[in-house]
Design a protein around this ligand. Structure first.
Ligand code: 13P
Length: 251
């Protein structure tokens, strides 16, 4: 059985006080939660404060990005070791905003994935097609290319530690959610890819989150699909009640 995993991607939102309040609110609200993994991914500048605010709780903390080099003259970047040092368990890699706004390629993401695994962070690796790609029937090809490129060269043991997030670009921040059937089709396809590249044990055990306008009122139906194991939540992770409403949909 795959344990549901709900993660909040706060993106470039919040100030210090509201980040602490939100993190503490999620920690409190999840105190009695069982059988669901929960994480929050604040802007890197608030990671320290959020790790403190969630200390002793079941809430994990993740970075939204990192650089693949271990240290040195890379102005503005943070390393995998820094994320680990500050108390993160997770790092989101290859988010569509990183791919499309900042030009990250599958090869860039692949380097980051390997380095994150080396230090013991769990990468949440994002894949997803744009609207023109979906409309031209390219969705499954795009997902396959992103999977092959971003996750190239991983051993079986490494692959078992990955979380995949399927986030159709056209559904992110738009209020347009993929239908449960559209999402399930891609999740099932990802499982088939893992089975052909690795084996059925890995295909069955790797968790695949869905992301893109997940809200309390659509979470249960999405999360009820056999191959959807969780959610990567943007806007609705910025309010404790909304985030908890989505977590409730995973139970
Ligand atoms: P929204 O939930 O705001 O659509 O964002 C999804 C997302 O990009 C999470 O990483």
């Amino acid at each position: 059985m795959r344990r549901p995993f709900i993660a909040g991607n706060w993106k470039m939102n919040m100030d210090r006080a509201s980040a602490i309040e939100l993190a503490a609110g999620v920690a409190k609200a999840t105190a009695d939660l069982e059988d669901v993994d929960v994480a929050v991914c604040p802007p890197s500048i608030y990671l320290d404060a959020v790790v403190s605010a969630t200390k002793g709780s079941e809430v994990g903390v993740g970075g939204q990005n990192m650089y693949h080099e271990p240290k040195g003259a890379f102005t503005g970047e943070i390393s995998s070791a820094m994320l680990l040092d500050i108390g993160c368990q997770y790092v989101i890699l290859g988010h569509s905003e990183r791919r499309h706004i900042f030009g990250e390629t599958d090869a860039d993401i692949n380097k980051k994935v390997k380095v994150a695994l080396e230090v013991g962070l769990t990468p949440i690796v994002c894949v997803g097609e744009t609207l023109p790609e979906r409309e031209s029937g390219e969705t499954l090809n795009v997902i396959r290319t992103q999977f092959d490129g971003s996750l190239a060269g991983l051993s079986d043991d490494d692959m078992k530690k990955i979380v995949i997030a399927y986030e159709p670009v056209w559904a992110i921040g738009t209020g347009k959610t993929a239908t449960p059937q559209q999402a399930e089709e891609v999740h099932l396809d990802l499982r088939k890819i893992m089975e052909s590249c690795y084996n059925s044990e890995i295909a069955e055990s790797v968790r695949i989150q869905y992301g893109g306008s997940v809200k309390p009122d659509n979470a249960a139906e999405l999360l009820g699909q056999p191959n959807i194991d969780g959610a990567l939540v943007g806007g609705a992770s910025l309010k404790v009640d909304d985030f908890m409403g989505i977590i409730a949909g995973a139970k």
